[in-house]
Design a protein around this ligand. Structure first.
Ligand code: SF4
Length: 141
């Protein structure tokens, strides 16, 4: 079956790969992203996109995309877990490292894909939780 161009809808959004914030139009057909177009009126990009923003969208529908937390079991394998279980495990791991090696053994690097609010929480987590300034952000394409 051949689909017409009219079956494709455009949704304006912001590329989430880095902190530049390029405006893009997601091309969606049958509830799946089939392409990305740069927004000519995007204030940060004015019609341009880097290779990631233009072409790297297949992860959205990838069958191996993580959609739930995983924790390693006694068998050494990763198993599906609840968010509470995964966060408890992560907290215990941070505590164990800090107790064994000191608070400077923990260094935070926030993702360039996170919004400002998440970055704020990340630096609070490090500064308040461990009492250090060992925090950075990889906001680069
Ligand atoms: S990753 Fe590329 S396209 Fe996306 S916001 Fe950054 S510079 Fe723009």
């Amino acid at each position: 079956m051949q689909l017409s161009a009219s079956s494709i809808t455009k949704t304006r959004t912001i590329c989430g790969y880095c902190g530049v914030g390029c405006s893009i139009d997601l091309m969606v057909r049958n509830n799946r992203i089939v392409g990305v177009q740069p927004a000519m009126d995007g204030p940060a990009n004015e019609g341009a996109l880097c290779v990631k923003g233009q072409f790297a969208y297949d992860y959205v529908h990838h069958p191996e995309r993580l959609t739930h937390p995983l924790v390693r079991g006694g068998d050494g394998q990763l198993h599906r877990a609840s968010w509470d279980e995964a966060l408890d495990r992560a907290a215990a791991g941070f505590l164990q490292v800090a107790e064994k090696h000191g608070r400077y053994a923990v260094y935070g690097v926030a993702s360039g894909r996170t919004p400002s609010e998440a970055d704020y929480l990340m630096q609070k987590f490090i500064r308040v939780g461990f009492g250090t300034h060992y925090i950075d952000n990889c906001s680069r394409a």
